[in-house]
Design a protein around this ligand. Structure first.
Ligand code: NDP
Length: 384
């Protein structure tokens, strides 16, 4: 039996993880489950999985969590420091599935315990970059990528030397607006943006998929996880989302990982690593799918991958600034305050103001850059 903590247990990745745990209850002892404000849902999960502790990040939701857990013997806690304390409880596996830079401090707390972290929370790695990878090395932690593309690359690299890699190709579905013209994209509504053609995901990553900032964030994520150099990281649009990414070696062999577009596949690969486990998905039916197609990304209609590549190239604080500005802009778009095309405009504007900062050297530095960039982004949202 292995011990498990899920940061962001009530979200899309959290639910997919718990679905797999539910099917293999004898294998897991759940230590901590966390959410932001979904107290009732979190309490129900904590009771079902007999967690030791449930934590809501939003402290105002703690009374509701306490009430919902009364008589269960499960500890309840609330607030940012309680979240970090829960993440620091030693466990065999931590699934980091909070959305946004809000997940950085608890993920770092888990890393500092030297355990294994299944990382879905890409924004944390994009913002912290070398601060996180250095902490992983310093504390002897293991980072397993949950993101389907990075999980695919991780699998394709097993048993091979990274020095033999000629190129890594991140595939992208192209999102719901892949075939739309510029004007129609600019007028896209939040409901249209979250309606992803292949994947069911949380609202923020769904909008990121529509703008292609998701692929931009993933490019930066890959840059940190697989240090082959930015010039060897490519993006290829593959609308069927069957090939999740590819690694090309110097002898001309290209290895790819294929699977149904269901996050339970990469999550299962992390839960069972280095072994394999059963999942409930139907086997991939390639004859039924018939055709796998590929397109070059169109950075005129979707500038996000260019902006992200430039930020990765600039290094220093730029990726953290990009991430923070994008989080603020996506929230404003979902709230109906700005248009779809404004997301990239806000991010570029804030990057132009903020990317001269020195490279963050500590968690506190990253959080300071993040806070400054959020303030700049909120200013950029105001009409001139
Ligand atoms: P969701 O929005 O579905 O869930 C987010 C989770 O984080 C919820 O448990 C939520 O709690 C919690 N949360 C939100 N804000 C905060 C906060 N400020 N402090 C603490 N906890 C918070 O997101 P997803 O599951 O879609 O995505 C999670 C991460 O995984 C993201 O980084 C995303 O990019 C990445 N990812 C997701 C994929 C997917 O298929 N969904 C695929 C690949 C990567 P509450 O319910 O209370 O709001």
């Amino acid at each position: 039996m292995r011990s498990l903590t899920i940061l962001g247990a009530t979200g899309s990745v959290g639910s997919s993880t718990l679905d797999l745990v539910r099917r293999n209850l004898a294998d897991w002892r759940v230590v901590a489950l966390t959410a932001n404000g979904s107290a009732a849902e979190l309490a129900a999960l904590a009771r079902e999985f007999a967690a030791e502790i449930a934590v809501v990040s939003d402290e105002s939701c703690l009374p509701a969590l306490r009430e919902a857990l009364s008589g269960s013997g499960i500890a309840a806690a609330g607030g940012a420091s309680a979240l970090v304390e829960a993440a620091a409880r030693p466990v065999d596996l931590t699934v980091a599935a909070i959305v946004g830079c809000a997940g950085l401090a608890p993920t770092m707390a888990a890393i500092e315990q030297g355990g294994t972290i299944a990382l879905a929370n890409k924004e944390a790695l994009v913002s912290a970059g070398e601060v996180m990878t250095a902490a992983v090395a310093r504390h002897g932690a293991t980072l397993l990528p949950v993101d389907s593309e990075h999980n695919a690359i991780f699998q394709c690299l097993q048993g091979h030397a990274i020095s033999d890699v000629r190129a890594i190709t991140l595939t992208a579905s192209g999102g719901p607006f892949r075939t739309w013209g510029t004007e129609r994209i600019a007028a896209a509504t939040p409901a249209e943006a979250v309606a992803h053609p292949n994947w069911t995901m949380g609202a923020k990553i769904s909008v990121d998929s529509a703008t292609m900032f998701n692929k931009g964030l993933e490019l930066i994520e890959a840059h940190h996880l697989f240090p082959v150099g930015l010039d060897r990281l490519r993006i290829l649009v593959h609308p069927q989302s069957v090939i999740h990414s590819m690694v090309e070696y110097r002898d001309g062999s290209t290895l790819a990982q294929l699977g149904p577009p269901d996050m339970r596949v990469p999550i299962a690969s992390c839960l069972a690593w280095p072994r394999r486990m059963d999942t409930p998905m139907e086997p991939l039916d390639l004859a039924g799918i018939g055709t796998l197609s590929f397109e070059a990304p169109d950075e005129a209609r979707f500038p996000a991958t260019r902006i992200a590549r430039d930020a990765a190239q600039a290094g220093g604080a730029a990726p953290a600034v990009l991430n923070a500005a994008n989080e603020v802009a996506v929230a404003a778009f979902l709230a109906g305050r700005i248009g779809f095309a404004d997301i990239a405009i806000v991010v570029e504007r804030v990057l132009a103001l903020g990317d001269h900062r020195p490279a963050p050297r500590s968690l506190e530095d990253v959080l300071a850059v993040d806070a400054d960039a959020r303030a700049l982004a909120r200013e950029a949202l105001e009409p001139a």
